[in-house]
Design a protein. Structure first.
Length: 502
């Protein structure tokens, strides 16, 4: 456990043993030149989708903006790697960056977007703390460590694991494991309650202005003495992913605390934060009663695989209910039956539709086999984003839940909205999912139009995947697969399954 000590009158924190193994703290600043979009556009994966040239145009626009936001490592600020700017306020955000790299992974052969997170690890404090906003232009952090909103949410392990699934990069996994373990342990010491549950704030959870805490507290900056359902589920997810990483790295003997914590969290979440009448997970108040705010943040329990089998259908059904989360543009951040739900422009997180939470929901549905619903939600969301792109020529920070329109949002936001026409289109509209460590792809074919990806990267392999037009979703897909190296593709369609080796 970290302890305080003084040297020459100055106050210090003792070093977490995992921080001592954090190699990013001593890494020299990267000096590689930044790629220019016009020079590298032809090297990007090339989506194919007959009849949807506007979605393809939106895809390339997302990359154009992303490459425009690349920045060199500034050694004076403590940055060690070239990175993509969060595109918000001159600070690098932990929350935003974790999602930005989840589409950036598809261009890692051109620019290693994942290394954006190196700059979080290079700013880790001696006891494991990492501030959630790091200044890009001068040395410093937005928040003091003792501020309730100083850090979070803990999605860094998930971001690194998604990168590993596409690239199979064990070397990176071995480097990030120690700073991730140190950060997880810091959160356990400084953000948990006696029952093992976790607290957060509007700022710290990333969903700033949701009406979650009681009115006596500040909505944005107070924890309200609550157990926050998203924070609990994210820490459970962190436990399970760190255990997977340890297994890959041969370090499973270090995960006993994680296993015990995961068991405690599962017990607390499922026995004290589930409302059996409403069939939903809620924040828990200081007196043990539950909130009545249905936030999209509750669906972190799905991606974390915390939801017992006998609750899944009921819990997922809220996503398909028109008075709650099934709005014309899915998925709103706040249930439409809440009095603070903002119909017109989404009121930021009081109904706005956001790429990061949509991506999280889709990943959760995938975990439990709700592939048809995932495809439907992804298609609705992409349709909204592309429709607004057709009118405006750009992408926005968030979107209205009630119509194809921008929300209370910044323009040119790539930014995490790059997830929509890149990762969400590839993985949930096209249905193509990577498993680099097995040189395998799972392809859930739901579209009937000719579609696919040329120049798809799976580790160091390059693959073309094309599915021909079909008369119906029940028709067996005719696929063409060209691969530099042997690859196995599992084709799944309505009523059928086939494994193709190329």
């Amino acid at each position: 456990m970290p302890t305080l000590f003084k040297v020459n009158g100055n106050l210090y924190y003792s070093t977490n043993p995992y921080v001592e193994k954090n190699t990013f703290l001593t890494q020299s600043a990267q000096t590689d030149p930044l790629p220019v979009y016009a020079d590298v556009k032809d090297q990007l994966p090339r989506p194919v989708w007959n009849g949807h040239s506007d979605a393809i145009d939106c895809y390339y626009k997302a990359w154009e903006i992303a490459f425009r936001n690349l920045r060199p490592a500034n050694e004076k600020t403590g940055f060690v790697s070239n990175f993509i700017d969060t595109a918000f306020n001159g600070f690098l955000f932990m929350w935003d960056s974790s999602f930005i790299v989840m589409f950036g992974k598809y261009a890692s052969h051109i620019f290693n977007f994942q290394r954006t997170l190196d700059n979080m690890y290079s700013h880790q404090h001696r006891d494991g703390f990492i501030c959630r906003e790091i200044c890009e232009k001068e040395e410093g952090e937005m928040w003091t460590r003792d501020d309730p909103s100083s850090t979070g949410p803990n999605v860094l392990p998930w971001a690194e694991w998604e990168y590993y699934l596409l690239t199979g990069d064990i070397d990176r996994l071995s480097r990030v494991f120690d700073p991730l373990m140190a950060y997880h342990k810091w959160l356990r010491l400084h953000r948990s309650w006696p029952d093992g549950s976790y607290w957060s704030t509007g700022f710290a959870c990333g969903m700033d202005n949701q009406p979650r805490v009681d009115t006596e507290y500040d909505r944005i900056s107070d924890h309200g003495f609550m157990s926050w359902i998203d924070a609990c589920a994210q820490m459970y997810l962190s436990c399970t992913i760190l255990m997977k990483m340890a297994n890959v790295l041969g370090r499973s003997d270090e995960t006993g605390e994680l296993k015990a914590e995961a068991e405690m969290l599962a017990d607390t979440v499922n026995n004290t934060m589930w409302d059996d009448k409403v069939k939903f997970y809620f924040d828990k108040k200081r007196d043990g009663s539950l909130s009545d705010v249905k936030t999209v943040g509750a669906y972190w329990t799905l991606i974390s695989e915390l939801v017992p089998e006998d609750r899944r259908d009921d819990f997922v059904s809220h996503l398909d209910c028109e008075t709650e989360f099934k709005r014309p543009c899915r998925v709103p951040s706040l249930s439409a039956d809440h009095p603070d739900y903002e119909k017109e422009r989404g009121g930021y997180w009081r109904g706005g539709v956001w790429a990061p939470t949509n991506y999280m929901v889709l990943k959760g549905l995938e975990k439990y086999g709700y592939d048809k619903l995932a495809h439907e939600i992804a298609s609705d969301y992409l349709r909204c984003v592309v429709s607004v792109f057709n009118e405006s020529g750009t992408l926005y920070e968030n979107y209205s839940p009630e119509k194809a329109a921008k929300g209370d949002a910044k323009a040119d936001f790539v930014g995490w909205t790059g997830l929509a026409p890149i990762s969400i289109m590839f993985e949930y509209v096209f249905g193509i999912k990577p498993h680099a460590q097995q040189q395998k792809i799972t392809w859930h074919v739901s579209l009937t139009e000719r579609h696919g990806i040329e120049g798809y990267r799976l580790g160091d392999n390059v693959i073309d995947l094309i599915c021909e037009e079909r008369a119906s979703v029940d028709e067996k897909p005719v696929v063409t697969i060209k691969s530099k190296k042997p690859v196995e593709v599992e084709i799944i369609w309505n009523g059928g399954r086939e494994i193709v080796k190329a």
